[in-house]
Ligand binder design. Structure first.
Ligand SMILES: Nc1ncnc2c1ncn2[C@@H]1O[C@H](COP(=O)(O)OP(=O)(O)O)[C@@H](O)[C@H]1O
Ligand SMILES: [Mg+2]
Length: 178
């Protein structure tokens, strides 16, 4: 199983006047090599659930196992490495760095992985072609269209190309930076 959630609850601002129970007791199992769609009314907790699956935030309670590892049991620096290797995430607002070029934005997740310059360039060029944004490679990402930006965000989410065989192996910390 690629993703397993058991009894996951997420409470924002717990115990405060602005407390929000965003998820309550969620069980979810997702297999490898499947395409899944999560839908529901605005505010029902979709982004919260995806952030937990993406190991961006931790649940308030419950158990999660993502690509063979249990985030709650991992120190932050291991989780950072796990995220880099095994997860591609497209943020709702993209979180693309506008001053960097399109090519630099897509390359960014590869920098801490320790690949050669050539290997990085090959992957990035392949994605630029695949998403038909090669002609915008040297443009600052802040100067491209909304649709192009969307394609850059997808390319950046795929560039770490996580191999299924690495899911079960224990990631070693490379550095503590996110
Ligand atoms: N960081 C946060 N702090 C407090 N409340 C939040 C936070 N993020 C989301 N929420 C609240 O949690 C609920 C679920 O939000 P979210 O997961 O973004 O829903 P969806 O993506 O389905 O629209 C909403 O009521 C939202 O206002
Ligand atoms: Mg959302």
């Amino acid at each position: 199983m690629l993703i397993e959630l058991e009894g996951v609850t997420k409470i924002y601002n717990q115990g405060q006047i602005n407390e929000v129970v965003a998820l309550r007791d969620i069980d979810l199992r997702i297999k490898e090599h499947t395409l899944n769609c999560l839908r529901g009314a605005s505010g029902c907790g979709k982004s919260t659930l995806l952030s937990i699956i993406g190991c961006v935030i931790q649940p308030t309670s419950g158990r999660t196992a993502i690509a063979g590892l249990q985030p709650a049991r991992m120190p932050d620096r291991f989780l950072t490495v796990h995220r880099r290797r095994c997860i591609g995430f497209i943020f709702q607002n993209y979180n693309i760095l506008p001053a960097l070029t399109v090519r630099e934005n897509i390359t960014l997740p590869l920098v801490p992985l320790g690949l050669s310059r050539r290997a990085m360039a090959e992957r990035v060029e392949r994605l630029l072609q695949q998403f038909s944004i090669g002609h915008r490679g040297n443009f600052p990402a802040g100067r491209i269209s909304g649709g192009e930006l969307q394609r850059v965000a997808i390319a950046r989410a795929l560039v770490n190309d996580p191999p299924p065989s690495s899911w079960q192996t224990n990631p070693r910390p490379i550095s503590t930076a996110v």
